[in-house]
Design a binder for this molecule. Structure first.
Ligand SMILES: [Zn+2]
Length: 157
């Protein structure tokens, strides 16, 4: 089933292509970061906690992962490649298992884990932002010093 349809038709710039090749931050993660920033939320990018989440709110201990539809086996978009079927199936199963392990590990350390699919960020960024923002706003500050401004208002600095 080919339901994947990207909203943004604009082609990647040369530097975006290069960044993508090198595995740097582009695409859905960047879009989400920008939107959260505009929503007044302040987060840490890939902090050194289990699973290296894409971003995290250190004060209220909320970790956010943007899961790629292919690598994490999204039910809507994951399609088994036509070659090396066993290899890919096993790989995706392992990735999903690792996600669950990371969730459990973070949970034990007092973190709340929010996962969103790449396609959710691409198709409905607003509701992903709302989900994250309401989780952050509802969460008490658990850390020594909050890096997230839980009021949801941007600080001027
Ligand atoms: Zn998907």
């Amino acid at each position: 089933m080919q339901r994947k349809r990207r909203r943004k038709a604009s082609p990647l710039t040369k530097s975006e292509q290069m960044a993508r090749v090198r595995g740097m931050d582009t695409g859905p993660e960047m879009a989400l970061r920008r939107a959260l920033w505009h929503a007044g939320l302040r987060y840490r990018i890939r902090p050194s906690i289990p699973g290296r989440p894409d971003l995290a709110f250190m004060g209220c201990k909320i970790a956010v992962f943007v899961d790629g539809c292919f690598w994490h086996g999204c039910e809507v978009h994951y399609k088994v490649p036509s070659t090396n079927v066993t290899f890919w199936s096993e790989k995706i199963v392992r990735n999903k298992q690792r996600d669950r392990d990371v969730d459990a590990e973070l949970g034990k350390l007092g973190w709340t884990v929010l996962r969103c699919w790449e396609h959710e960020v691409e198709d409905d960024l607003g509701s992903v932002v709302d989900r994250i923002r309401s989780a952050v706003v509802r969460s008490p500050d658990k850390g020594a010093r909050a890096s997230a401004d839980a009021s949801g208002k941007a600080r001027t600095n």
